[in-house]
Design a protein around this ligand. Structure first.
Ligand SMILES: [Fe+2]
Length: 288
């Protein structure tokens, strides 16, 4: 355990990635402490700041210190009066979900299906169920670094195709709640094209930038070659040595770097137990 600045305490979350930070108030961070935190974040990929009690406005202000807010393409679950915050929840009011109930149930990096994807995502745990609702992250820097030299060479300059549209993804099925909603897929933006080996703008490290949820193929490569290659890489990123599983505690403000991690919502919350998270996303750069 190391004490940085005056009161910020930092300890590792796992061998795979991540640190836990305590002793700070994210709504009131001095500039020097903020810069230190951002540095730690880039190096460790996931940071959970413990015991936070942020209003949606305070969470938005914290997120804006990292860059410009990115709004979700689906306006359905943005918070009234604070659209920078999206609600993730299994709670219902008048028979309708008040937030996105089942997001993230395949490995993905947020918004990788647009030209300028999310840099950072912050989730603030407001209500945590007794059972289920864990989230996993996989370290895509380690995933890249542990590839063979031949594979790294093979991926040099290779471009992945990312799509929001589940109908284009042979690895996925359509969720029941969207089956009778063709408009849901019409909202899909055009496919995006990103390097499979992506460079982090601050650390200079390379990471794999593909996901089973959004990467549907490889540019200028026939599917007979591209799909087996993707299958091989998707199997590789699920190595448990790269993965951290988070059991949430109320007050957690957890942020991850979407350039260097994928995440997975494990769901499994029993009926009658409430889960509510407030999510903010910060725009990243065009991947290179
Ligand atoms: Fe996500």
């Amino acid at each position: 355990m190391a004490t940085i600045m005056d009161s910020m305490t930092v300890k590792p979350l796992s061998d795979a990635l991540g640190v836990e930070v305590s002793g700070v108030n994210a709504a009131d961070l001095g500039e020097a402490t903020f810069k230190e935190l951002r540095e730690i974040f880039h190096e460790n990929l996931v940071v959970v700041v413990k015991d936070q009690d942020l209003s949606p406005a305070e969470q938005t202000e914290f997120a804006q210190r990292f860059g410009e807010i990115q709004y979700h393409i689906s306006p359905e679950y943005l918070m009234d009066g604070q659209p920078e915050v999206m609600i993730l929840s299994n709670e219902k009011e008048d028979g309708k979900f008040i937030g996105l109930p089942d997001g993230g149930s395949e490995w993905h990096s947020d918004h990788s299906y647009v030209d300028q994807p999310t840099g950072y995502t912050m989730l603030h745990a407001i209500k945590v169920p007794k059972d289920g609702g864990d989230t996993e992250w996989t370290n895509m820097v380690k995933a890249y670094e542990t590839l063979s030299d031949e594979m790294k060479e093979r991926l040099e300059g290779v471009i992945g195709i990312h799509s929001f549209n589940r109908l284009k993804n042979q690895r996925l099925t359509v969720p029941v709640r969207h089956m009778n909603d063709p408009d849901y897929y019409k909202r899909s933006p055009p496919d995006a094209f990103h390097p499979i080996a992506r460079t982090h703008p601050h650390t200079g490290k390379k990471a794999l930038y593909i996901s089973p949820r959004f990467t549907i193929g490889i540019k200028d490569m026939d599917d007979t070659e591209a799909q087996p290659l993707l299958d091989k890489l998707f199997a590789h990123i699920k190595n448990r040595d790269f993965i951290y599983r988070h059991r949430w505690t109320e007050g957690d403000l957890l942020m991850w770097d979407n350039r260097t991690t994928l995440h997975l919502a494990l769901l499994g919350v029993p009926e009658g137990q409430a889960r509510r998270m407030h999510r903010t996303t910060v725009l990243g750069e065009i991947p290179f």
